[in-house]
Design a protein around this ligand. Structure first.
Ligand code: COA
Length: 166
C-alpha cells in the first residue's frame, strides 16, 4: 500500500518481508558511519529490527521510516520518513539510500514529500533534522528542505555532538 508518491518514487511502510533490503542498507559503510551500527547481521536480525523499530513506530506514533522505491520498477533504493526519539522533543526527518542511488535528488524528493505529509496530514508543525557535523550530504538535503542550523545537541550523555536543523 503506497503511502506517498512523488514524480519518481513511492513510499510505503516497511514490513518483515523487506528483511533482505534492510539487512543490505543497515550494513552499508555509509549507514554505519553516519547513522550507526545497528548490529543487524542476519535476515533474522533484520526481521527482529523491523518489528522492534519500524513497525513499533508506526503503531506507537502513527508514522515512521518508509521504504522508498523507484516508481518505474518498484526497486527499493532506501528509507525516508519521520522518527520520534525518546531523547529529542521534536520529530525528525530521516533518510538513507544505497550508494548507487546517491546524487540523483532522491533524498530531497522523498524527504520533501515526507515534510509535506508531516505538516498537512499529521499536523506536525515543527519537523527537525539531525546530522553528524561531517555529513555534508545530509546537511545539504536538510538545508534544501528549508531547515537551518540551530544548535549542537547530544542524543545521550556518551554520544557525539550532532547538528540540529530546524
Ligand atoms: C545523505 C544522503 C541521504 C543524500 O542522499 P542523495 O539522494 O544523494 O541526496 P540528493 O541527491 O537529494 O541531494 C540533495 C542535495 O545534497 C547534495 N549532496 C548530496 N550528497 C552530498 C555529499 N556527499 N556532499 C555534498 N553535497 C551532497 C546534492 O548535490 C544536492 O544538492 P544540490 O541540489 O544543491 O546539488 C545519502 O548520501 C545517504 O544515504 N547517506 C548515508 C546515510 C545518511 O547519512 N543519512 C543521513 C543521516 S542524518
Amino acid at each position: 500500500m503506497t503511502l506517498l508518491e512523488t514524480d519518481r518514487l513511492t513510499l510505503r511502510k516497511i514490513t518483515v518481508d523487506d528483511d533482505a533490503f534492510i539487512l543490505d542498507l543497515l550494513n552499508q559503510p555509509s549507514f554505519i558511519q553516519f547513522i550507526g551500527d545497528r548490529g543487524v547481521r542476519t535476515l533474522d536480525d533484520a526481521r527482529e529490527y523491523i518489528s522492534a523499530r519500524f513497525i513499533a513506530s508506526y503503531e506507537k506514533f502513527g508514522f515512521g521510516l518508509y521504504l522508498t522505491s523507484l516508481k518505474e520498477n518498484e526497486i527499493p533504493i532506501g528509507i525516508c520518513g519521520l522518527v520520534k526519539r525518546d531523547t529529542l522533543k521534536d520529530v525528525d526527518v530521516g533518510f538513507a539510500f544505497l550508494p548507487q542511488y546517491w546524487l540523483q535528488g532522491y533524498a530531497f524528493e522523498s524527504a520533501s514529500a515526507v515534510m509535506g505529509y508531516a505538516k498537512n496530514i499529521l499536523d506536525i508543525q515543527r519537523v527537525v533534522g539531525i546530522a553528524t557535523p561531517d555529513n555534508q550530504g545530509s546537511m545539504r538535503v536538510l538545508e534544501k528542505l528549508g531547515l537551518r542550523f540551530e544548535r549542537m545537541i547530544k542524543l545521550s550523555e556518551d554520544d557525539i555532538e550532532l547538528k540540529l536543523f530546524g
